[in-house]
Design a protein around this ligand. Structure first.
Ligand code: HEM
Ligand SMILES: *[C@@H]1O[C@H](CO)[C@@H](O)[C@H](O)[C@H]1NC(C)=O
Length: 330
């Protein structure tokens, strides 16, 4: 009898794992991955985040960006969280990350709670993916089920972080190429750029647009006049590198589709934002118009593209490790 019971539960496990692989072909991830090993995982992330956002409303934007910067260097494997050490050259010092990427302390706080409740079970990479989703939801954006089961890297790549994450003065062709290299298409590029509906950017990242676009000592002609004048007052030609401006000037902490409406009227903050509409790439411009007209379409595509981005080069099975501390290797 005991044997029959054992056999049937083994069979059940086999069927379940087969079903899981079939339901999410290719990635090996599954939203129910912690269903038995840590059913509290989702709730822990949400609870810490709710409190963190009260203390610092910008943290939602910062955590959404953190997932993007993690996924574009080596894959979504929490490589971005590793500090410098004997065996690690941290991605935190890359050009796009240095003095810019935020949210590490909140990830630490979530991980510490996670280790109390379910020791050595939930990866840092999954925490980052869940935090990005919850940040979107708490800002008023769409909800999606986050496929889980990522494991953490045993290395970082400063060079990939520098090479793969596009610069704010990238041309539309460069943006398309850098996303394409990660398996993301133009639709993903435009929808994911909609993350700039929340958060802030430093003067240093858009100064070139105000004073010296294309090395011509002229402002970017696509900038709307009044917006340009406002930006100049907070971002002088010299100094003020760390002065910040909202990426979405009309609703800076609300996740909505106004980002796309702003692009239609020359009020995208970064050059990489405005070129989606004004970069002479018809398909991207058409998508900007679509999302500006139809917030539902944007929300659905954003969710789909976040799930797709979240599967870039994930480590599963026995690859990588489950870090005890997100900042260092076990
Ligand atoms: C398409 C290429 C992209 C470029 C060139 C780009 C560039 C930038 C830059 C320069 C900043 C300001 C950083 C600073 O001033 O320190 C920024 C902020 C931000 N980015 Fe992007 N980004 C891109 C795509 C994305 C994607 C795909 C996401 C997420 C899905 C994202 C989410 C964010 C968020 C939420 C912020 C605000 C962060 C905060 O306030 O802490 N970005 N981005
Ligand atoms: C983009 O900005 C970097 C400095 O941040 C500069 O070296 C590079 O020349 C700029 N590229 C373009 C196309 O303007």
């Amino acid at each position: 009898m005991a044997f029959v019971k054992l056999f049937s539960s083994l069979l059940l496990v086999a069927v379940l794992s087969w079903y899981r692989l079939e339901a999410f072909p290719g990635s090996g991830l599954d939203p129910e991955f912690y269903q038995f090993s840590c059913p509290q995982a989702n709730e822990i992330v949400m609870t810490v985040l709710e409190n963190a956002i009260v203390k610092d409303p910008r943290i939602a934007a910062s955590l959404l960006r953190l997932h993007f910067h993690d996924c574009f260097a080596l894959g979504c494997d929490a490589s971005v969280l590793l500090d410098d050490s004997k065996n690690v050259v941290s991605e935190k010092n890359s050009k796009p990350n240095k003095n810019s990427l935020r949210g590490f302390e909140v990830i630490d706080e979530i991980k510490a709670k996670m280790e109390q409740v379910c020791p050595h079970t939930v990866s840092c990479a999954d925490i980052v993916a869940l935090a990005a989703r919850d940040s979107t939801v708490l800002s008023g954006g769409p909800h999606w089920e986050v496929p889980l089961g990522r494991r953490d890297s045993t290395k970082a790549s400063l060079s990939e972080s520098n090479r793969n994450i596009p610069a704010p003065n990238s041309t539309i062709q460069t943006l398309i190429a850098k996303f394409s290299r990660q398996g993301l298409d133009e639709q993903d590029l435009v929808a994911l750029s909609g993350a700039h509906t929340i958060g802030l950017a430093r003067c240093a990242t858009f100064r070139q647009r105000l004073y010296n676009q294309n090395g011509k000592n002229q402002p970017d002609v696509t900038l709307e006049r009044n917006y340009y004048n406002d930006l100049k007052s907070s971002c002088p030609k010299v100094g003020g590198d760390n002065n910040v401006s909202p990426l979405d000037v009309s609703s800076p902490v609300r996740f909505d589709n106004t980002y796309f409406k702003l692009l239609l009227s020359g009020k995208g903050l970064l050059s990489s934002d405005e070129v989606l509409f004004a970069g002479n790439e018809q398909k991207a411009a058409e998508l900007v118009r679509t999302y500006a007209d139809d917030e539902d379409r944007f929300f659905h595509q954003f969710a789909d593209s976040m799930i797709k981005m979240g599967k870039i080069n994930v480590l599963t099975g026995s690859k990588g490790e489950i870090r005890k501390n997100c900042r260092r290797l076990n």
